[in-house]
Ligand binder design. Sequence first.
Ligand SMILES: Cc1cc2nc3c(=O)[nH]c(=O)nc-3n(C[C@H](O)[C@H](O)[C@H](O)COP(=O)(O)O)c2cc1C
Ligand code: SF4
Length: 403
Amino acid sequence: MSGPLLEPGSIGGLEIRNRLVRPATSETMATEDGTVTPQLIAFYEEMARNQVGLLITGHLYCHPRGQYAPLQMGVHDDSKVSGLSELAASCKRHGARIFGQVAHAGSQSRVPEVEPLAPSPVPNALTGRMVGEASEEEIAETIAAFAEGARRIAEAGFDGVHIHGANGYLISEFASPLANRRSDRWGGDAGARDEFPLAVARAVRAAVPADFPVTMKIGFADAPEGGLTVAESVSRAERVVAEGIDGIEVSIGVMQAPTDSANTYVAVDRKRAAQDLLVHRLFADPNPEAYFRPWAHELRKQVETKVILAGGMRTTETMSDVVASGDSDFVAMARPFIREPDIAAQIVAGRTGRVDCTSCNLCLRHEGHHSLRCWRTPRRRLLQHAIYRFSGGLRHGLMRTRH
Ligand SMILES: Cc1cc2nc3c(=O)[nH]c(=O)nc-3n(C[C@H](O)[C@H](O)[C@H](O)COP(=O)(O)O)c2cc1C
Ligand code: SF4
């Protein structure tokens, strides 16, 4: 295959061999203290060997209070650097680029032992977890933790750092009028709600070498009524880019359900649903492809930056059109890479049409419970899922883990 997807691209002067990105997708494969494991290295190396252009790690918590789930990778102290170095080197040797995603879960943490942090005492829209208002000192400590996390990612030999500013986590909570009810310099009108994302962007930029690529995932709108709007977010993205951020990934902000970011049954017709034993889809409508594309389009119109677009990229025709139209420079697939870790190599070799993933979200439901995998193939996994689910394993809001 030739065409726009296979042309080299670049971010902040770094050349990337094609436009196919594996966006941040949390793995549940680290040790209890967030250290890289051989399982994680093998997992990423398989995608790197198979022609992916850019890998972005799952979210790495930059502060112990920012951990989202058990067995998440961390970047919160210097002891994490050597494992991360091995991970980066194992991918780079195959010609792939790899960015580390630096993150803080805010009030969305699902770890019972963690004392989370949030801009305001508002129940988390996704989990209902209640958290006190962050003090000036806690805010300063958290911004410094993002910067230190980015410094460690650069020291570990990654090609870039990706700041998680979306999906209801801490930065997206500060940006949201629903989650941020402060009236000091960190909250109030849209300009004041820019302050925390800008402070993090500035601190991260200053913590890494001047030519080290830094990108940011931004939530462009909140899922609940009365939340963040796209117009406000495009202006925020413009200000972030002015701080030296080299590219923006388009996503959703505060979420009410995990499906707000990962829509179900994207472009799955009845025949495909039947083949994949997707009983639920027979009672639900398929969702359209590239569901955040209109927001990327708005961003592209107003801001000069590199754009990464994830969210329901399921046919090579749509992916090529997204790049050829200029709506995005890169197309990113989270769930398709779980089901087919060699999907980039298949596209390079000429595969066209639909990818196999049917966006059923079983992989997402097991986040923090089991290591990342597709639960529809091989078929016996569906049975394992059913046994775990009906024994009550997925019912807990806060998590226990099985490997
Ligand atoms: C299992 C799972 C874990 C995810 N973990 C992260 C994460 O760590 N950081 C992040 O920014 N997004 C995360 N996401 C969201 C994806 O990056 C992506 O935005 C979303 O799944 C939509 O893309 P898709 O339709 O290609 O799956 C995750 C999604 C899934 C399914
Ligand atoms: S479990 Fe498999 S088919 Fe379902 S969304 Fe995840 S990767 Fe796709």
